[in-house]
Design a protein around this ligand. Sequence first.
Ligand SMILES: CC(C)(COP(=O)(O)OP(=O)(O)OC[C@H]1O[C@@H](n2cnc3c(N)ncnc32)[C@H](O)[C@@H]1OP(=O)(O)O)[C@@H](O)C(=O)NCCC(=O)NCCS
Length: 151
Amino acid sequence: MTEMRIAPLTADNVVAANALTLKPGQEAFVAPVSHSIAEAYVNQETMWPRVVEADGNIVAFIMATFNEEAADELYRATILRMNVDATQQRRGIGRFAVDAVVDEAVNRGFDQVVAVWEDGDLGPGKFFTAMGFEIVGETQYGEVIGIRKIS
Ligand SMILES: CC(C)(COP(=O)(O)OP(=O)(O)OC[C@H]1O[C@@H](n2cnc3c(N)ncnc32)[C@H](O)[C@@H]1OP(=O)(O)O)[C@@H](O)C(=O)NCCC(=O)NCCS
């Protein structure tokens, strides 16, 4: 794999982001990218939607939220969704995308990043724990809450 690049979601890459695929069974663990795009559009102040480019192709989408005034501390610096294309998984792209969120959180002065995910065999739990997220509990909807301290 050549160099990866993180870039804002724009009119030029939104169609490619929306066309990212999932492996069978993974759709239960992440909302379609189109939902995230809509959410980012209506919450432009707080959402941080990004794509990962590699070899000139869009290979992943990640959306975080940054809002130090969020009433719920779960959603102050938080990875909400991510999707590495089915054909590109297990090549370090997810790690690169999470590192980009962590860098952004550091630049904004946060001392931790939260991730919230659905538990399950085909879910992202092993990925997030490998990325340094420590499981601290679950949401009222039964989703796993992981925290990665960054200071
Ligand atoms: C979860 C996801 C983002 C991981 O992205 P990825 O690019 O495949 O992950 P990486 O290659 O960066 O993996 C880094 C490390 O995480 C761990 N990991 C990743 N996927 C794993 C899996 N399926 N099983 C076990 N460990 C896993 C490994 O330790 C891996 O390192 P290694 O490959 O050297 O062993 C990707 O599988 C995905 O898009 N899944 C579908 C959607 C989803 O569940 N999104 C999360 C919702 S918030």
